[in-house]
Design a protein around this ligand. Structure first.
Ligand code: SAM
Length: 385
């Protein structure tokens, strides 16, 4: 087996008992690769690496000796999976491959407790089996309901990757905002996930521009007795005062995504999760040098380029504001073309060079203003030499 640095580190984390979990993602083009999760377990026969392959209709669980388990992962990465996330009690490491080039991002640990290695522990379902509220909220007919459940499942899975192994606060209190809560299905899912995974006193506030939607979801929350879940009408400015640990904004329209991120950063939120929707702000504002300007001669390419640059600037602005930013596919593009997710996990201080990367990208594209950067007070112009 070829010795890869990440495998040596993984083996070291296994031996020292600091490994929490490993996940493989980003299937290589043309490879139908379901999600794979691995964690240490202790069985009668000794310590093992449990590898769970998540097929659409069932999970396949295999328990390997450490050596075989590592070989199994090494056989899949990076050939079949172009990313691996390793979570230990010391740090999180995200490795992604583009061609032969590997990019490595280390961040603070999301879990401070070692993995619970009991094989027979209560199964940590990524998706709580309670979809009661979907019927109460109205999912837009049968296909709408199926699609919504799919989105909820993906969202909760991402949430679980971040929070599944994190330590729970004493008293179980945490407070989250959902900006652009719409029909409320994701807000209920967030609240339910938090309340059933150790954040027993979680508060979640859904904020929705359309008063009739906010009123309806509030009624459903009250009728189902969802303590700690509430909805208010307005923009993020309507959020009730109080601490904020996390902010989500899923397909909130245009710059509502930026406003949600900016509010989360201002409140010192530890985790930000957004799935951007329409991107109007930078259409018409891009002025890259030749030959890239050729792309902008075609309407559809101009739109896509503006989407790409907007999200890249958002991620760069988050990094300049002291967050580890990640951008990945949220739901398969087969279901929606608005399928990107940007997450930000607060770090102790901005990464070296983050502000410079932001201004370099903006300058290259001739962008002077972008809503998130503006709201965070980050200049997009390079200081004059
Ligand atoms: C496409 S829906 C998404 C709803 C929900 N987040 C979901 O994923 O199911 C977007 C919602 O954002 C709301 N919205 C748009 N701009 C907003 C803003 N600035 N502040 C709060 N809500 C906003 C819209 O009224 C709409 O209900």
């Amino acid at each position: 087996m070829k010795h890869k640095v990440w495998m040596v580190e993984l083996e070291d984390a296994l031996r020292r008992g600091t490994l929490v979990r490993v996940s493989l993602g980003a299937p290589a083009p043309g490879v139908a690769a379901p999600k794979v999760l691995a964690r240490p377990v202790t069985l009668k026969g000794g310590d093992r690496l449990q590898v769970v392959t998540r097929h659409p209709t069932r999970d396949v669980t295999q328990n390997y000796t450490w050596v075989d388990g590592l070989a199994e992962l090494a056989a899949r990465v990076p050939e079949h999976y172009r990313s691996i996330h390793i979570s230990t009690t010391e740090r999180t490491t995200a490795l992604t491959w583009t061609g032969d080039r590997m990019r490595r991002v280390d961040g603070p640990p999301v879990a401070t407790e070692p993995a619970d290695t009991r094989h027979d522990r209560a199964p940590q379902r990524a998706v709580p089996p309670d979809h009661r509220w979907i019927d109460a909220l109205g999912g837009g007919g049968k296909s709408g309901t199926v699609e919504k459940k799919r989105q909820i499942d993906h969202f909760v899975e991402v949430l679980h990757q971040w929070l599944g192994g994190a330590s729970r606060p004493e008293g179980g209190f945490t407070r989250w905002l959902d900006v652009g809560s719409g029909s409320g299905a994701m807000t209920f899912a967030l609240w339910h996930y938090l309340r059933t995974t150790g954040f027993s006193a979680a508060e979640v506030v859904g904020i929705e521009l359309r008063p009739e939607l906010a009123a309806r979801t509030e009624r459903v929350a009250r009728s189902l007795g969802c303590d700690g879940l509430s909805f208010v009408a307005g923009t993020v400015e309507a959020a009730p005062a109080g601490p904020v640990d996390g902010v989500i904004a899923l397909h909130a329209c245009d710059v509502a995504t930026d406003d949600a991120l900016a509010a989360g950063v201002a409140a010192g939120a530890r985790l930000l999760m957004v799935a951007p929707c329409c991107h109007k702000e930078l259409r018409g504002a891009l002025a890259p040098p030749a030959p890239l300007d050729t792309i902008l001669r075609h309407g559809i390419l101009k739109t896509r380029e503006a989407d790409l640059v907007t999200d890249a600037l958002r991620a760069a602005a988050l990094e300049a504001a002291g967050y580890d930013a990640r951008v990945f596919e949220f739901v398969s593009s087969e279901h929606t073309d608005k399928n990107l997710m940007i997450t930000g996990a607060r770090r102790a201080a901005p990464a070296d060079g983050a502000a410079e990367r932001l201004t370099a990208l903006a300058t290259f594209y001739g962008v002077r203003h972008q809503r998130l950067a503006d709201r965070l007070g980050l200049s997009l112009e390079r200081p004059r030499a």
